[in-house]
Design a binder for this molecule. Sequence first.
Ligand code: FES
Length: 148
Amino acid sequence: VNELHKYVVGPVSSVPPGSQRRVDVAGRAVAVFNVDGRYYALRDVCPHRGAALSAGLVVGSFGATAPGAYLYDPSRPLVRCPWHGWEYDLVTGQSWCDAGSRVRALQVSVESGRSMLEAGAGEERVPGPYVAETVRISVEDDYIVVEA
Ligand code: FES
């Protein structure tokens, strides 16, 4: 059984709404997206040919209520790979182009610096469930935390 750790990838201001960023989590590239204030994280490697999904375009998804009647759903965002246009669900990592393909989706949350520092008893490198090797944590800020 692989144990999950929480990695602090940066303050919330480092990925403002409408943006995305490639970050390093435990030596692996992860794409973090902020879509209207909600955060999503995927491994930053397209299963097709390996492009960085952090360079992709985020779009809403289409559903169909009846043949020919399409419904645009902005609450179900997808990222479109910049190389060949395959699309992946930001929540599950499921490919919408090749049903057998999936990119790993990671849990992402926002946590307060205060709660992390309390969990780490005030040490600068936060121990326990958090790993923050390059991010200085301050009490005033909120941080994006990815589980991997
Ligand atoms: S590398 Fe992503 S669709 Fe081809």
